[in-house]
Design a protein around this ligand. Structure first.
Ligand SMILES: Cc1ncc(COP(=O)(O)O)c(C=O)c1O
Length: 397
């Protein structure tokens, strides 16, 4: 038994997402092995997860972590970055938090109009203006691979490090090559909304043995085994219980990504007939995991704003999100010190953030749920005037 039931009663909310958990029997049999040995952390299941992922991504070293955020914090620390780091603002705020926890300055660059990933030209502009940048931190947003070749060329040209927050992108491909093999290091998340689920977890992936070693010690307080650390590490270990779930989930990864891409095709074939809905561009040779399906709702053409539509969908028992709105530089934690002064440089980020709406998607989603969401959005468009008036009335004066 796994959780692949799609049954949703008509009065139930259609959730924004659902984790696809591995079959319970399989999970239990892995746990039984743990109970026999008593080794619930630092054990063989973590090693197996690391070996499988390293092989899957292609000749990289993987280091399992307690979560992606802490993996990023450690990777940045292990790379010895100084000064400032360029990153997108159109991301989940954990990307930027990982810099702040290392005492680094986040410098937000703009995104590409179509892919919604870091725009190399905007990164270059920052690099031309500032001499204190030690790295570029790209994000494969929603699983869509960054323009890795261009970012790698910039990192080489300016002799700085390149790393990726690959939280969404385990199984994504850039020109046929698996994400996880780019830059100095990439870090994945294994939390419940991600392509591989460990309940909580993360994985750092790198081609550099020295860096992998530092990460292995780093997740273990910096202890190399002699209790005389030379590196200020953390406790960032993935437990064996989490690894047991990750291993079962990993077996379903290819099937899940294939199904998510089919779900997106079905969404696209209906929604692209409605004026004012735009999609994220995935480059032809690339593959996205579609961790999220985010669309743009263009107010004029669609007939109402993104906010009005999400309000209406909630009333129609369809749960949505606004990823990423506000963008990180406009959040309270970042605005005064790191956001305000960059705001004028972030035109595309600001515009896209106003229109984004992330629709329900999960790895075992049935076609009739997709059809129901599309029909509801179509009806909203056709009766936009009425809904917009109701929405405005619902707003506080
Ligand atoms: C882009 C991005 N980075 C980092 C994280 C943090 O991942 P974790 O929850 O594994 O720490 C997330 C979580 O959703 C994310 O979306």
């Amino acid at each position: 038994m796994n959780n692949e039931s799609n049954d949703i009663r008509s009065d139930e909310m259609i959730p924004f997402t659902k984790p696809t958990l591995p079959p319970l029997n399989e999970y239990k049999s892995r746990l039984e092995q743990l109970w026999k040995t008593g080794q619930v952390t630092n054990g063989p299941l973590v090693r197996e997860t690391e070996a499988l992922l390293g092989y899957y991504i292609g000749n990289v070293r993987c280091v399992a972590m307690a979560n992606c955020t802490i993996g990023l914090v450690l990777a940045i620390k292990a790379l010895g970055l100084k000064g400032a780091v360029v990153l997108p603002s159109f991301t989940f705020f954990a990307t930027a938090h990982s810099l702040i926890w290392n005492g680094l300055e986040p410098v937000f660059a703009d995104i590409d109009e179509h892919t919604w990933n870091l725009a190399p030209a905007s990164v270059k502009k920052v690099l031309e203006q500032r001499r204190d940048v030690s790295a570029i931190l790209g994000v494969h947003v929603f699983g869509n691979p960054c323009q890795v070749e261009e970012l790698e060329a910039l990192a080489r040209q300016y002799d700085i490090k390149l790393l990726f927050d690959s939280a969404h992108a385990l199984g994504s491909e850039s020109s046929g090559k698996k994400v996880g093999a780019f830059g100095d290091v990439e870090v994945f998340s294994l939390s419940p909304t991600k392509p591989v689920v460990a309940a909580e977890g993360g994985v750092a992936s790198t081609s550099h043995e020295e860096l992998a070693k530092a990460l292995r010690y780093g997740r273990d307080y910096g202890n190399e085994g002699d209790y005389d650390p030379s590196f200020i590490g953390l406790n960032a270990r993935l437990s064996e219980l989490h690894a047991a779930m990750a291993l079962g989930s990993f077996e379903m990864l290819e099937r899940n990504i294939k199904h998510r891409n089919e779900v997106v095709s079905r969404y696209k074939s209906s929604l692209s007939l409605i004026p004012g809905i735009r999609f994220q561009r995935i480059r032809e040779k690339d593959r996205s995991t579609y961790k999220d399906l985010t669309v743009l709702i263009e107010t004029e053409e669609f007939g109402m704003s993104r906010d009005a539509l999400s309000w209406w969908l909630e009333r129609e028992r369809i749960d949505t999100r606004k990823y990423y709105s506000p963008p990180v530089h406009r959040t309270r934690a970042y605005w005064d010190r790191w956001g305000k002064y960059r705001d004028e440089e972030l035109h595309v980020t600001n515009r896209i953030s106003e229109y984004v709406l992330s629709l329900p998607i999960w790895s075992h989603m049935d076609d009739d749920i997709v059809d129901h969401v599309c029909e509801t959005i179509n009806t909203a468009h056709e009766t936009a005037k009425k809904i917009d008036a109701l929405y405005r009335k619902s707003l506080p004066n």
